[in-house]
Design a protein around this ligand. Structure first.
Ligand code: FAD
Length: 396
């Protein structure tokens, strides 16, 4: 069950022992919490940072490492759901998220396999072809490059597997997700952020701004404000968000190094299936959740034998991959919001807390700017990102 990305990863910090205080408490050490912790460290703010497990052991170290633009919906659907102007703003923000992560990789000199080869969306049916073509046209109209590729341009591997049409988004990227988040965590610690792993917050008292208390099994943290970056489980600490974010499971596998087959990250079946070949030639593949949408829910990490078997069959469809060993299988938990957009900022009923969560399967497209936006609120009192994704819209 250990993700390929975390194989051999050593602990970065011990657990909390005793009571501590800080100006800001960050809860959750995935991509979102790491972004907040780094921004706080850079601003010289006294910060304690807790995770129930270890850095990047949640979804941030269990995903496919795609840096995609947009939400999990194809653009034509995003426009239908959110309206043209909002869809365009959200799409643009995810591109800014990518640029900001790339800038951080360069600034910190992170060795995380970052590449910008674009991504390829594939259609498996005439109906999906229509969706893709319409989306590509709308993207271009809104100023985002999108190139159509017919069967010939897809190459023999993909056309041989039955795909007839694709859309290439040249600005997308990919990285080793756990290496990125762990590298950021080390940089934040170097700036004075106090990280404690294996320290779950069991109760968060955030009803008085300026006097926040987080209880853990091994000590209490007092702070002026808590930044809650716990994604799928945000509702467990913040009653005002209960029911706003659902925990949804995703399955993944990784192979040993294989001959070059895929030139960039690929997204198929309306985004349900995705795979890429990393800089070592290994293939990371995930998805097929639509085979059992009712079963693949909840916070527990567990393998789904039927979905894993279907993923294996899919790999074997490619002649060059028929015998490549599968070395890792794992699952991870995502936080799906009701409208597919993140929840950011002030939380109903908890004036001492801010939240960034509910990234709905595309956290590497949004969580970096959302985590940073919480620090903008702490420092400047407002954030445009929080205004775009107000957490209060699902007041429960
Ligand atoms: C199989 C899979 C594939 C995916 N593929 C992609 C992809 O290719 N591209 C993409 O953009 N997105 C992808 N995603 C989604 C992406 O991984 C997430 O949206 C993103 O990692 C969310 O980051 P986060 O920091 O909000 O949450 P997480 O990484 O889940 O971090 C939350 C942290 O909070 C901690 N925590 C929870 N409760 C507590 C508590 N009470 N006290 C202390 N700590 C707590 C957890 O231990 C965890 O470490 C995928 C997800 C999965 C599961």
């Amino acid at each position: 069950m250990t993700p390929y990305w975390l194989d051999g990863a050593s602990p970065l910090a011990g657990a909390l022992t005793g009571d501590v205080s800080a100006d800001v408490l960050v809860i959750g050490a995935g991509l979102c919490g790491a972004s907040a912790a780094l921004a706080l460290g850079r601003a010289g703010i006294d910060t304690v940072w807790l995770d129930a497990g270890a850095v990047a052991h949640g979804a941030s170290g269990r995903n496919a490492g795609f840096l995609l633009q947009g939400t999990a919906e194809r653009y034509v659907r995003a426009v239908a759901i959110h309206g043209r102007e909002r869809a365009q703003r959200v799409h643009g923000l995810s591109r800014e998220n990518h640029r900001a992560m790339a800038a951080t990789i360069a600034e910190l000199g992170l060795d995380c396999g970052y590449q910008r080869r674009g991504s390829l969306q594939l259609a498996g049916s005439p109906e999906e072809e229509g969706d893709l073509l319409e989306s590509a046209a709308l993207l271009r109209e809104d100023g985002f490059p999108a190139e159509e590729r017919g069967a010939d341009a897809l190459g023999e591997h993909l056309s041989g597997a039955g795909f007839r049409l694709g859309v290439h988004l040249p600005d997308d990227g990919e990285l080793q997700p756990a290496s990125f988040v762990r590298g950021v965590a080390q940089a934040a610690m170097g700036l004075g952020v106090r990280l404690y792993e294996h320290t779950p917050v069991t109760t968060l008292h955030a009803d008085s701004p300026g006097d926040v208390r987080a209880e853990t099994p091994t000590g209490t943290v007092r702070a002026q404000i808590a930044l809650v970056c716990t994604n799928a489980s945000a509702g467990a600490l913040l009653g005002g968000l209960r029911g706003a974010i659902d925990a949804v499971r995703g399955q993944m596998l990784a192979t040993a190094a294989a001959p070059p087959v895929f030139e960039c990250p690929i997204y198929a079946d309306h985004g349900y299936d995705y795979w890429r070949q990393d800089e070592h030639g290994r293939i990371a593949l995930g998805g097929w959740r639509n085979l059992d949408p009712e079963g693949e829910v909840g916070p527990d990490e567990m393998l789904h034998p039927v979905i894993q078997a279907r993923m294996t069959d899919f790999i074997r469809r490619f002649p060059a991959l028929r015998d490549v060993p599968i070395t890792h299988r794992w699952s991870g938990t995502m936080g799906f919001s009701r409208d597919g957009l993140p929840l950011v900022g002030a939380v109903p009923g908890a004036p001492g807390a801010l939240v960034a969560a509910g990234f709905t399967g595309h956290g590497f497209g949004f969580a970096w700017v959302c985590g940073r936006s919480l620090v903008d609120i702490v420092l400047e009192g407002r954030s445009e990102v929080a205004e775009l994704f107000p957490a209060r819209r699902f007041r429960t």
